[in-house]
Design a binder for this molecule. Structure first.
Ligand code: ZN
Ligand code: ZN
Length: 413
């Protein structure tokens, strides 16, 4: 038995100015409607009713974990997703390039995204990765990701995740000094290391040829690294160890790749998978079909739906759902063996167009495959899903899929 789980980020919606329809309701999506007719649908609360999910915690919950027990912070997943090796004891941070100006010895924030820097990140990464600190016994690893974003990892003895951030989040404000948020030497030492590396990043970056060129082109220099979201390595029992399956992840965004890697899946790189609205959905579906030949489980993450909704763009979200239907499912369904494969499709939360952020509304979910008890619903959207045979449940989408594949461990005797 093979299983494929597809999560479209922020798929769920609320009524929009498209005649009061949600984006899913407004979209033309014959493939998804066909899957709904063939299988069973319902509503899923990604974490629980009334809980407004983050993407990382929602993914953990949909994958069958309790984020309240094991979530330590986003930084770990960013580090893993970007290709850093994370070991127990390491402290991970989300990081961003920013622009500061010096005034009487203080560093004042000009732009916390360095003008959304669009190129040259490799040069910045090379300058920062492996920087030497005076704080003894602390190694620094850094990777740049998209635009101004990156991930930073500290390795050494006696480090703590209980340390504050350096990003003041306010233009004109002085760069924050990271403060220990726990008693004891480890938090103090970690805060010292963070403050030292912040200062040092400014010295390393300010005169880089890239920044000299940016200044000449009247662009903001990326002259400092700010960090936040300190997290240590969570203990997550792996999907292969729980279900006895080999699994792969296909995701353009580092965060989602990182969550899947933390859960024991192997990453498959797909050219043109950008984690944005311009992603190559046909290539992702083709790669998923190929992966199903060798893996028992394939998890595909699609991000663009969330991006459009954060930008309040109902038409763009609807159009992207239509592309998911035509390009992703059009390709995938051409190659699925329905005798041996179960498909699950859902979102990790609702991202409402007017609010421009995640909301607690439940999300439609569908399962199709040889063991699924078909219900009477023949369209796939929020209101139709409320009439579906799966009713309404919380998280646990992957365990349900693994149960259809007869891979679930029994709870009790
Ligand atoms: Zn999300
Ligand atoms: Zn989002």
């Amino acid at each position: 038995m093979k299983s494929i789980l597809i999560i479209a980020d922020g798929l769920g919606g609320r009524p929009t100015d498209q005649a009061g329809k949600t984006c899913l309701e407004a979209a033309r999506k014959p493939n998804l409607d066909g899957l709904a007719a063939q299988g069973a649908v319902g509503l899923v609360d990604p974490i629980g009713p009334g809980i407004r999910p983050g993407s990382d915690t929602a993914h953990l919950s949909l994958l069958g974990y309790n984020p309240r027990e094991l979530y330590t912070g986003r930084g770990v997943f960013e580090c893993l997703g970007i290709g850093l090796d994370v070991q127990p004891g390491d402290i991970c941070f989300r990081a961003n390039f920013a622009t500061v100006k010096e005034s009487a010895g203080a560093l004042l924030l000009v732009d916390r995204r360095a003008g959304r820097i669009e190129s040259g990140q490799r040069e910045l990464e090379a300058a920062l990765d492996g920087m030497k600190l005076k704080t003894p016994g602390v190694d620094v690893a850094f990777r740049a990701s998209t635009e101004h974003r990156g991930a930073l990892l500290l390795r050494g003895s006696e480090l703590s995740p209980y340390v504050g951030e350096t990003d003041p989040h306010e233009t004109g404000a002085e760069i924050r000094s990271a403060e220990p948020m726990a008693e004891g030497r480890a938090a103090r030492r970690t805060a010292d290391a963070v403050n030292e590396l912040t200062r040092r990043s400014y010295e390393l970056l300010k005169d880089l040829p890239l920044n000299v060129a940016r200044a000449k082109a009247h662009k903001l220099p990326a002259n400092i690294l700010l960090v936040r979201g300190a997290a240590d390595c969570p203990h997550i029992p792996s999907i292969p160890s729980i279900y006895g399956v080999r699994g792969a992840v296909i995701a353009g965004g580092a965060l989602y790749r990182g969550v899947a890697l933390a859960c024991g899946l192997e990453s498959i790189e797909v050219e043109g998978a950008t984690g944005g609205l311009d992603t190559n959905l046909r290539a992702k579906a083709a790669a998923a079909l190929k992966a199903l030949e060798t893996y028992d489980l394939v998890f595909v993450h699609i991000k663009g739906t969330d991006n459009a909704a954060h930008d309040h763009q109902a038409a763009a979200k609807t159009a992207f759902i239509e592309r998911i239907d035509a390009e992703f499912f059009g390709t995938l369904l051409g190659g699925i063996d329905w005798n041996t494969t179960h498909v699950a499709f859902t979102g990790d939360h609702t991202t409402a167009i007017d609010y421009g952020d995640h909301t607690a509304d439940p999300v439609p979910v569908l399962f199709a495959g040889p063991k699924v008890r078909r219900d009477d619903v023949t369209t796939f959207d929020e209101r139709a899903a409320a009439r579906g045979g799966l009713l309404r449940f919380s998280g646990q989408v992957l365990p349900t899929l693994m149960s259809y594949a007869d891979r679930s461990p029994k709870y009790g005797s």
